[in-house]
Design a binder for this molecule. Sequence first.
Ligand SMILES: N[C@@H](CCC(=O)N[C@@H](CS)C(=O)NCC(=O)O)C(=O)O
Length: 219
Amino acid sequence: MIRLHHCAETRSMRTLWQLNEIGCEFEIQRYDFGKALRSDEFKAINPVSRVPALEIDGEVLIETGAIAEILCEKFPEAGLGRPIGDPERNMFLQLIHFAETISQHCAILTQQHVMLYEDHMRSPILTQLEPKRLAKTIGFIEERMAGDFLLSDFSAADICVGQAIYMAQRFVRLDPFPRVASWMARMTERPAFRASLPLEGEPRLYNQSFFEPIPSEGA
Ligand SMILES: N[C@@H](CCC(=O)N[C@@H](CS)C(=O)NCC(=O)O)C(=O)O
């Protein structure tokens, strides 16, 4: 039995997309982002109250990068991984984990714009600085994008980085990154990606499609 613990529009979408690409059987336990993750029931699954958590083979796995690698190894026939000895393996691993470098900026910006509900709690400086740092990470992907995919063919690297940039688009516009923008347009057309989007009526994390930096006082 495989069961994904998932909140819409969060990193667990990455695992959901990969499971959808693999096409294996799995269940989804959906949560509202916030208090539900701090319940005793969910803490029994993941004591640090984070998604994704993936129940598989009698274990609970956490950390999207590790989960992506483990799913590639468990379902080699899906062709999403780059096993030891594959010439693309080093870049594959770096990209899988680079998704987290991208996501940490999205997490800070999500906290600033969405989770902190009173204006006085927010830091204009962080909302101005973090999109610039986030844009640098997207610039790295733009530079190394040579063909249709991040590696020679579609892989879990496209899923991990693609989902991270999907989140990043709430805070950084992709116009300066034409290769990333056209790759993202293709990635988000994939049926497995579309099946990972929030369900009709499912509570969402974001209530706006784009968040502008908050101006500093007096600016
Ligand atoms: N490095 C972890 C981060 C997991 C994480 O922080 N997930 C967020 C959603 S994107 C979360 O569950 N946050 C809940 C909280 O911070 O309370 C991973 O890649 O799985």
